[in-house]
Design a protein around this ligand. Structure first.
Ligand code: MN
Ligand code: MN
Length: 292
């Protein structure tokens, strides 16, 4: 399996996880079980009344960022801010509170970095990191961290968000290079927990109804990702926890796509994903890994 197959799978995985999770976003596991048994199809609906295979802000902001990286030839804070602002003007189906507040601030100041705030520890920067991982594949660790922060700080200037974004990017990059799940666990997930115990995901009970707080999101994603052995099981496990399910689904889908590759994604999910979005994901993935 080559790098570009894994890159395409990561991008499609992100979109599929978003589309799958959006149906059950803000539901509890009990409500999901009562309504669907196990939710495992791209059926749309949910609080946003989506069509089957339709995606939300997680995928849309990733595509907006990816487009700006391709236009600039690099990850640029101001270009990212303009791309996100243009996306916000397009009247998206959903938008996070922190994203909206700091983009409105950007419109006033023209400064593409939100003020530092420990309270901006939402998952809104982490949900859209994939294009950075793809575009900085061959870069030094420091350059990768700088690129992560340039895009993240447009809306989320917060230590915990940065730590999560950077860890996710390094995990995707190592998976694209063919490293196995145990490597991702030992080298990245455990390191993140060692530095920031807020992310501890072992020796805690199964995460249920994860909020948009980045530590909740990462804990749910890591439990599902490390405790399953294939793409579909990982995504089904994480979205049936409910809560911010489109975002846990998107992040888990990105990791699982990068690790397990294109052949591991169920055909029915690929067929149901919005075809225009699927095309954009594929094209961006192929082009972003060539950005140097
Ligand atoms: Mn969303
Ligand atoms: Mn969400």
């Amino acid at each position: 399996m080559n790098t570009s197959d894994r890159a395409v799978a990561a991008y499609l995985g992100l979109a599929i996880g978003d589309a799958l999770g959006s149906t059950v976003e803000f539901m509890t596991p009990r409500e999901i079980a009562l309504q669907y048994g196990i939710h495992d199809t791209l059926r749309g609906g949910g609080w946003l009344h989506l069509k089957p295979g339709q995606v939300t802000d997680d995928t849309a902001m990733s595509l907006a960022l990816g487009k700006s990286i391709l236009a600039e030839g690099r990850v640029d804070a101001l270009a990212s801010a303009h791309a996100f602002d243009a996306w916000m003007r397009s009247k998206p189906v959903d938008i996070g509170n922190t994203v909206r507040r700091n983009l409105i601030q950007f419109r006033k100041t023209g400064h593409p970095e939100a003020p530092y705030s420990v309270h901006d520890a939402g998952n809104g920067a982490a949900m859209r990191v994939l294009p950075v991982a793809l575009a900085t594949l061959s870069h030094s660790e420091n350059a990768v961290r700088t690129a992560c922060r340039a895009q993240a700080h447009v809306t989320h200037n917060c230590t915990l968000s940065d730590a999560a974004c950077e860890t996710l990017v390094f995990m995707v990059q190592d998976a694209l290079h063919g490293r196995d799940k145990n490597h991702l666990l030992q080298q990245h997930a455990h390191q993140l927990v060692a530095r920031h115990p807020e992310f501890r995901f072992r020796s805690i009970k199964s995460v249920s109804n994860p909020s948009g707080y980045i530590a909740d999101t990462v804990q749910a994603v890591f439990q599902s990702f490390f405790d399953t052995n294939d793409f579909a099981s990982c995504l089904i496990d994480v979205v049936n926890r409910g809560g911010d399910a489109d975002t846990t689904g998107a992040i888990a889908g990105m990791l699982a796509g990068a690790l397990y590759g294109l052949d591991a994604i169920p055909d029915l999910w690929l067929k149901t994903l919005d075809p225009d979005i699927a095309l954009q994901c594929k094209q961006q993935a192929m082009k972003l890994i060539l950005v140097d």
